[in-house]
Ligand binder design. Structure first.
Ligand SMILES: [Zn+2]
Length: 313
């Protein structure tokens, strides 16, 4: 198997897990002084790609010290239970609210099948297997771990999900941000920079908490965000403003359509119109069919998450 990966600097590799489509879901590999760590794993089906990346880079499996999970949504952590089988010296770091679901994923599995259906689960996520309890370590806010010659610090980052941490990499002045600093596809890059929008995924989306988290992350003065969706971007205060603006934009759409018949469909349509409009303003020149194709993966999930949020309030 030939893995697809993007070699960044500071010993960081962005691995394309090839989930659903190319350049959609990343996992990261950090190397330092002969030791290595994965940040997120992709889903169960991504594990062969992660192992092939180690092989391609001549990294021994024994030299992987950590699997660091930003949160337990399956495109980020679904592969943890499978991957740990191959990494004899690694431990899995996860937010305290995610740990129980790694050790016994039965509820998580049922929840995901409830949302996506059994067919999608099997075909695109593969499986979800337990992570042995003695391999799981709780990542608390402020905890620092050492990898070779560098330190990595966990930051509690609720808003996208309550079980979300970001990881501050002092060496590159970058944040491994999972979904907390938004999603941004390279196809939408223009001379105005990156187009960033919020994945308002079910079931814990909380806009006010999320915006506070973004402001807190900016106090680290990051140079980069290592996004799961997709790849590293420079992350400036304008990036943060854009993300916050679109969290508000998405929430506004949900509120406006709260009492609409067929609410989910209506939210989805309006979200798509919103995304196409911000892409146009951003100077994106891809044709609309192509844009819709790229937005499609997030649209359904974002609309569902907004619906769950409306019902909760
Ligand atoms: Zn997520």
């Amino acid at each position: 198997m030939n893995p697809i990966y993007h070699q960044l600097d500071f010993g960081i590799t962005c691995i394309d897990t090839e989930h659903m489509r190319k350049d959609f879901v990343a996992a990261y590999l950090i190397e330092d002084e002969g030791r290595a760590a994965f940040v997120d794993t992709g889903c169960y089906l991504s594990v062969p790609t992660l192992l092939a990346t180690l092989d391609a880079k001549n990294i021994k499996r024994e030299n992987v010290d950590y699997i660091l999970l930003t949160h337990i949504h399956l495109d980020h952590a679904g592969g943890a239970g499978e991957l740990i089988k191959y990494l004899p010296n690694a431990t899995v770091y996860v937010h305290e609210y995610g740990a129980a679901h790694l050790i016994d994923p039965s509820k998580l599995r049922a929840g995901v099948i409830g949302v996506y259906g059994e067919l999608f689960f099997k075909q695109f996520l593969g499986d979800l297997i337990p992570t042995p309890e003695d391999k799981v370590v709780i990542a608390k806010d402020g905890d620092v771990i050492t990898l070779g010659n560098r330190t990595l610090k966990f930051i509690d980052t609720p808003g996208h999900a309550r079980h979300h941490v970001c990881i501050w990499d002092e060496k590159s002045q970058g944040l491994f941000s999972g979904d907390t600093l938004g999603v941004s596809y390279r196809e939408f890059d223009t001379d105005q920079g990156e187009l960033i929008f919020p994945p308002t995924t079910p079931v814990q989306f909380d806009p006010e908490v999320w915006k506070d988290t973004i402001r807190h992350l900016m106090s680290f003065k990051p140079k980069y965000a290592y996004l799961t969706h997709f790849n590293r971007i420079e992350f400036t205060s304008q990036s943060a403003d854009m993300l916050i603006q679109h969290i508000d934009g998405f929430v506004e759409i949900a509120k406006t359509l709260e009492n609409q018949n067929n609410r989910h469909k209506a939210i989805k349509q309006k979200l798509l119109a919103y995304l196409l409009e911000i892409a146009t303003k951003h100077g994106v020149i891809l044709d609309e069919t192509q844009q819709i194709k790229l937005f499609k993966g997030d649209l359904e999930i974002c609309a569902q998450g907004l619906g769950v949020w409306l019902d909760r309030n």
